[in-house]
Design a protein around this ligand. Structure first.
Ligand SMILES: CN1CCN(c2cc(NC3CC3)nc(N)n2)CC1
Length: 155
């Protein structure tokens, strides 16, 4: 069991998605949803809500919609990343810039894929359109996507 479980939350409003610009650390300089590690004693969904609040200032009262699981393998690295993707239209608060992230709303056509993880352009359309999906990606380093498969699932 070498999976590192991570979360990724997308806050939506009509025609737009909230992304955060990573100001430091892993994937610095790229835009992404909000998320991170799951701590001992919390469920994956609780971890997702916690990271969203820590990184954006937003709170989610009710359910997050669990829309997919993305598995990432890196050549010569035994640790698999298991990223649980969530989305929600219902949130409270106003996005605030933190030390980690600078939040910004993007119209779907303006999503800055060149400044994002290389896999994002392959599955964002499914996430933005309310589909459910699973994805498997094989990377060499952080930018070279060697293989992938994405399957839409009926939930
Ligand atoms: C804190 N986590 C890190 C992993 N993560 C990823 C990863 C990812 N690609 C993988 C090649 C790394 N692509 C997106 N969009 N997010 C979510 C946030």
């Amino acid at each position: 069991c070498k999976n590192k479980v991570l979360t990724l939350v997308f806050v939506l409003r009509p025609g737009e998605v909230l992304l955060g610009y990573k100001k430091r650390g892993f994937a610095q300089g790229w835009w992404n949803g909000f998320g991170g590690k799951v701590e001992a004693g919390e469920t994956i969904e609780e971890g997702a809500k916690r990271e969203l609040h820590e990184e954006s200032g937003l709170s989610v009262s009710n359910e997050l919609d669990h829309v997919g699981v993305l598995m990432f393998e890196f050549v010569n690295d035994p640790v698999l990343l298991e990223v649980h993707v969530y989305r929600t239209y219902s949130y409270t608060g106003t996005p605030i810039e933190t030390e980690e992230m600078k939040p910004q709303w993007f119209k779907h056509q303006d999503i800055p894929y060149k400044d994002m993880w290389p896999d994002d352009k392959l599955w964002y359309s499914l996430m933005l359109n309310g589909k459910y999906f699973n994805g498997n990606f094989k990377f060499e380093g952080l930018t070279n996507l060697l293989e992938y498969e994405i399957n839409e699932i009926t939930k």
